[in-house]
Write a protein that binds this ligand. Structure first.
Ligand SMILES: Nc1ncnc2c1ncn2[C@@H]1O[C@H](COP(=O)(O)OP(=O)(O)OP(=O)(O)O)[C@@H](O)[C@H]1O
Ligand SMILES: [Mg+2]
Length: 232
């Protein structure tokens, strides 16, 4: 569904991605793991068009999107939830969701009602401002907003960061439910346990390159890879 070929990008003079090759299968959860600063977020920003492709190619649903601006990529069916979540603090939960539905590419299959049924915690907070939400509620709102654009792929940058274990478990259950519905998910994670439980495919990144690929069981049984690439 999403293919990266020899992908290079970076900031100014600094090259961060040094030829990334990656294939994300339709209907799969693909987890990208790696130590701090290896280029995981940079890869996501390049995929969604926030950073230009310097070399190589990105194809999404058999279409070359390497040179498209981010709004056009979003319209192709790609939804991105950044590490910062980027919800509108001054707007209510309802208004945040309404904005997302206006951005939807077509007749969206996720109405506000569907999203609230999926995230009952948000239904209770409908008239609260974004800034009044807990970290977990903000993450759920960010995911809910992404779903309302009716994406073919959901791209998440460290959705569990800074959240309490019980909230992480809730996010895990929601992403598992989306996976069961057939959603394709690209997940950047620091939480190895979370990634192992959710992913079909795992890639490890180091210094802007993919250095290991396999199934969750392969990684769970590969202490050397965990220690070398993740510092576990
Ligand atoms: N806006 C920026 N301008 C310049 N350099 C940047 C910028 N953002 C990130 N970098 C650098 O690019 C490299 C990769 O950063 P990136 O954020 O992609 O890493 P990451 O794998 O997501 O790390 P983390 O686990 O900490 O989120 C780092 O050396 C970082 O300092
Ligand atoms: Mg990052």
């Amino acid at each position: 569904m999403l293919n990266l070929t020899s992908l290079e990008s970076g900031y100014g003079e600094t090259r961060v991605l040094h030829g990334v090759n990656l294939n994300i299968r339709k209907g799969s959860v693909h987890a990208l793991l790696g130590r701090n600063g290896v280029g995981k977020s940079t890869m996501l920003k390049t995929i969604i068009g926030q950073l230009p492709v310097r070399h190589g190619r990105i194809t999404f649903q058999n279409k070359d999107i390497s040179a498209l601006p981010s709004y056009a990529i979003a319209r192709q069916g790609m939804a991105y939830v950044p590490e910062t979540r980027d919800i509108f603090g001054a707007l209510t939960v309802r208004e945040n969701l309404q904005l997302a539905s206006r951005l939807a590419a077509s007749e969206t299959s996720w109405s506000i009602e569907d999203t609230l049924a999926f995230f009952p915690n948000l239904a209770k907070r409908l008239n609260n401002g974004g800034h009044q939400l807990s970290g977990g509620e903000q993450q759920m709102l960010a995911i809910g907003r992404a779903l309302m654009t009716d994406p073919s792929i959901l791209i998440l940058d460290e959705p569990t960061e800074g959240l309490a274990p019980i909230i992480i478990q809730q996010i895990f259950e929601k992403l598992s439910a989306l996976k069961a519905r057939g959603m394709t998910i690209l997940l950047v994670e620091q939480n190895l346990h979370f990634a192992l439980g959710l992913a079909d495919d795992i890639s490890l990144m180091s210094r802007g390159e993919i250095v290991w690929q396999g199934a969750p069981d392969d990684l769970a049984n590969d202490a050397a890879a965990q220690s070398r690439w993740l510092g576990v």
